[in-house]
Design a protein around this ligand. Sequence first.
Ligand SMILES: [Zn+2]
Length: 410
Amino acid sequence: MNGTPSLLRPAALATALALAAALPAPALARPPRLTLVVTVDSLGTDQLLRMRARFKAGGLGSLMAQGAFFPNARVEYASSRTGPGHATLVTGAHPWRHGIVGNAFLNRATGKLEPTFADADHPVLEAPPGANDVSPANLLAESLADRVRLFTQERGKAVSVSAKSRAAIAMAGRLGQAWWFSEAVGKWVTGTWYTKEFPGWVKAFNEKGIADSYFGKEWGLLEKKETYLGEDDRPFEGALWAMGRTFPHPLSGGLPRPGKESYAALNWSGMMSEVVTQFARATIEGEQLGKDDVPDLLAVSFSASDYVNHVYGPYSWEAQDALLRIDRALAALVTAAERAAGGRANLLVVVTADHAIAAVPEDWASRGVASVRVSPVTMAQALGKELSAKFGGEIVVQGEAPDAYLSGKG
Ligand SMILES: [Zn+2]
């Protein structure tokens, strides 16, 4: 994730879980017609287990009960963020190998910090151009999507869907197709790496104006308020996009009519998981996924959990509500995937997380846990000062937490 600075993360956070509600699998089994890989962004095992009793049938709880469940999955690198997390999940390689070492990296040629999936040669389609995540050009290892495409001689489809472009791009790899939500235009978009023109079903979906339809609505609690743990209003919670700190959260972004800030408010709210699922279901339909014996891949990453964890913290009512909504959205998605593939026996479902999250430091501090908020900028500056005092010259040329880029001179 980006945008909200200064949350410290432990060096090696656990990915949440990997579970498979799968086929009983004899050796050399027929491959599933459809594999659904779902990432819940920033879902730690602790959050998952704390919420387990509150999940509904068909969602996370059912998959945990019916599938194989690995609660102790861990990443073995420091930058446990969305770009590296998704790239690691789908390549099986570490960041030093797949090249996605952070959500942003220092481009030594330009001296500037760039988004990790930046690519000047392949801009976004039908959204304003800019320094954004747009293509997998920087992804250096083969991905699951690539493998599906190569193995099937490109007869099998590999499509990814996420509110976050960097998640969608990592999961589509170089040979799949990525779709992501553009906060600039409130529509689903992709980049010219993947296609030169949107297919009819994407155009039709965008014409429905679903993001606009949330304008003027609120993100309210899904369940009775007595069922939420802790307090709603806590002084250290954020309040981005004119959403306020407590339920219900308005989704208008402080605007008089739908626009960038209202699309961002929707994207950073628990409601976005409904929209992601609607688009994912349209993808299944539009691309005819699971319709024949040639294996297809649909990768879906739910981002609301991460945005909400960052703004309100993982112990917040918002985090609880966002996960309950993902649970429902996931149940609907699995049902749609099952139907498309012609039954559970033709479907493999994997649910995982790209990383977990630490609490808001002030939350822990307020309970007496030793915890302090440190700005990544201050941290890089302090490191630079110390190294310069010891060795002379400018040594740290850029900080991109938790990484520091060194000048290489001297
Ligand atoms: Zn993430």
